[in-house]
Design a protein around this ligand. Structure first.
Ligand code: AKB
Length: 322
């Protein structure tokens, strides 16, 4: 399958690892990394990099034409917590970039689009446990509103113009290579860095706040899998529920303590608690499993072991370099 891929927002948490994985599959020169600011060093200067404002149709089109891009992964976005501080900016960035890319697909400049939705598209009136694919969705954050509206735009462009746009409702994604920024689930990433460095962490959510989560390796695999799936298997054109694990801050701390026994956790909930409380706790992803064979590889214990092993190796490297 010959593809030339453009990643918008490649410098972000998911964009970074997705770019590296796509380059290993399609070849570095066929995957163009882009971001609003220079972050070429993240990719060891392998493969093309372009500075692009994803809200500018001209800037996106110029690069699509320069490289004859066939697929766009749109990962530029403002997340839930930052979105509440800058509601208008979040709406503008999240919606304008999506409509720019959908229009370019409608006009046949590109063949396929990936756009991430999120568990933030759900809201306080959604059933919290085993949240179904199709259910009540009344998000209470601007980020969630942009995701829910974006899902409808994706479905609309597919039904009206035949645009092949595919989407996943990501849970909190946990990584150790690149940190997220401005999300409500970010504690589950920060905690690992603090556990390695200072063996303590102050959490901004209450100990019992259960949220759906996924290890980055699985999130990247799911993203590529849905994009590679046969078009006839993609039955949902809003966005698919996907799930891998769910846990509370207290449970994550306990798991970390199996590897770092001295690790301590304190709690100081802030405005992000209300956001977390409005989201589901566990997700039913049976449509993704049925339609394109989604299956996760990591649970809480495997993920924790893998992250701590990698961060410890990184720390030893830094230490030896001194
Ligand atoms: C956030 O916390 O805002 C994101 C998300 C769940 O979409 N990680």
């Amino acid at each position: 399958m010959n593809q030339t891929i453009l990643i918008l927002g490649a410098g972000g948490q998911i964009g970074n690892e997705l770019t590296l994985k796509l380059r290993s599959i399609y070849g570095s020169k066929n995957v163009i990394a882009s971001d609003i600011k220079s972050c070429e060093r993240l990719f060891n200067s392998e493969g093309p990099f372009e500075i692009i404002d994803a809200t500018s149709r001209d800037a996106v089109l110029k690069v699509i034409q320069k490289y004859q891009v066939t697929q766009v992964y749109l990962l530029a976005a403002m997340l839930s917590a930052t979105g509440e501080k800058f509601p208008q900016k979040a709406w503008y960035l999240n919606m304008t970039s999506l409509l720019v890319v959908l229009d370019l697909a409608k006009e046949k400049y590109i063949k396929q689009v990936f756009w991430p939705s999120s568990i933030a598209a759900f809201g306080p009136t959604t059933p919290k446990h085993n949240t179904p694919q199709k259910t009540m969705m009344e998000p209470s954050t601007v980020y969630g509103m942009s995701k829910r509206s974006g899902e409808f735009w994706c479905q609309y462009y597919h039904e009206k113009y035949g645009v092949d746009v595919r989407s996943l409702r990501y849970p909190g994604v946990i990584s150790w290579k690149t940190k997220p920024g401005g999300g409500t689930t970010d504690y589950a990433v920060d905690i690992f860095f603090h556990a390695i460095k200072t063996q303590s962490y102050e959490c901004f959510l209450k100990p019992s706040t259960r949220l759906p989560m996924m290890y980055m390796n699985d999130a990247v695999d799911a993203t590529i899998k849905i994009m590679q799936a046969n078009v006839k298997d993609i039955q949902i054109r809003t966005s698919y529920n996907i799930s891998a694990m769910d846990f509370t801050p207290e449970e994550l701390a306990k798991e970390i303590r199996k590897h770092i026994p001295k690790f301590t956790m304190s709690y100081h909930p802030d405005f992000r608690q209300a956001i977390a409380d409005s989201w589901p706790q566990t997700i039913n992803d049976s449509y993704a499993r049925r339609d394109w064979n989604w299956n996760q590889r990591y649970d809480l214990s495997l993920m924790t072991k893998d992250i701590i092993k990698n961060l410890q190796a990184q720390k030893n490297l830094e230490f030896n370099a001194l």
